[in-house]
Design a protein around this ligand. Structure first.
Ligand SMILES: Nc1ncnc2c1ncn2[C@@H]1O[C@H](COP(=O)(O)OP(=O)(O)OP(=O)(O)O)[C@@H](O)[C@H]1O
Length: 247
């Protein structure tokens, strides 16, 4: 469904070309769940932006079959502080000029699903981090996406809220049959949510390894032996990669 072939990306800054991603190739199938992890500044967000079309590669090709509907959750939730919960959730629907009655029903359903009923007219600044994240999730889900891109969606949350929302993302991905692509700094989160884990090197980011993680996909996985084993493998690979780049 998503095919990335020999993709290179660089930015130009003050007349200097800064290579950011180098020779990236991978494929994801429908309903796959993928986590992208790597050192700070290695190009994870840039890769996500290439996938969702916000950036174009210098060379190589990204092919996504079937023109699927895509939702994106940006770092720090990306909510509009001056818009209410309802207005934030309805944003994608308004942009698509969805009739008010269908949009209203959809938003009401999502408010219930994300346990936000009663907070319709609150502004993001009046909500906890976990609630803001549920608003961001509701907004991304409002357009009924087939692919959901998430850029460190849970990084600013406390441990338990983070686990609850990881469970929610897992549940949503499975029940709504959405392909999910998640950028994260957390080894545990990558292993819990990614059936395929793409590990990038230091900038310019190259794929060091794609780890198959077929047991991801159930809540119980978090406490299983296989989970801890996969976390150790990923941690060791990440540490090795960081050491080599700093040597
Ligand atoms: N628009 C831009 N113009 C110039 N340089 C940029 C631009 N966007 C990103 N960069 C640089 O490209 C590199 C990769 O950035 P990116 O945000 O993709 O990395 P990241 O792995 O997501 O980082 P982090 O883990 O810190 O969030 C960084 O060095 C960043 O400073």
């Amino acid at each position: 469904m998503i095919s990335v072939r020999s993709v290179n990306l660089s930015f130009h800054h003050n007349g200097v070309r800064l290579p950011v991603l180098k020779d990236i190739s991978f494929e994801l199938g429908a309903e796959d769940s993928c986590a992208i992890i790597g050192p700070s500044g290695c190009g994870k967000t840039s890769l996500l932006f290439l996938l969702n079309g916000l950036l174009q590669p210098d060379s190589g090709a990204i092919t996504i079959t079937g023109a699927p509907r895509c939702g994106t959750i940006l770092q720090n939730f990306g909510l509009f502080p001056w818009k209410s919960v309802v207005q934030n959730i309805a944003l994608g629907l308004s942009l698509r000029r969805e009739p008010a009655d269908t949009a209203g029903k959809r938003v009401k359903g999502l408010l219930e699903e994300m346990e936000l009923t009663g907070f319709e007219n609150h502004f993001p600044g009046q909500l906890s981090g976990g609630m803001q994240q549920r608003v961001a999730l509701a907004r991304a889900l409002a357009i009924d996406p087939e692919i959901l891109y998430m850029d460190e969606p849970l990084s600013s949350l406390d441990a338990l809220t983070r686990e609850r929302l990881q469970n929610l993302i897992l549940h949503i991905g499975r029940t709504k049959r959405i392909t999910t692509v998640l950028v994260t700094h957390s080894i545990e989160e990558a292993v819990f949510l990614g059936r395929r884990i793409i590990l990038l090197s230091h900038r310019p980011g190259q794929i060091v390894r794609i780890l198959d993680n077929p047991d991801a996909g159930s809540r119980d996985f978090r406490t299983s032996e296989s989970f801890f084993r996969q976390c150790s493998t990923l941690r060791a690979t990440l540490a090795r990669e960081t050491d080599e780049s700093e040597a």
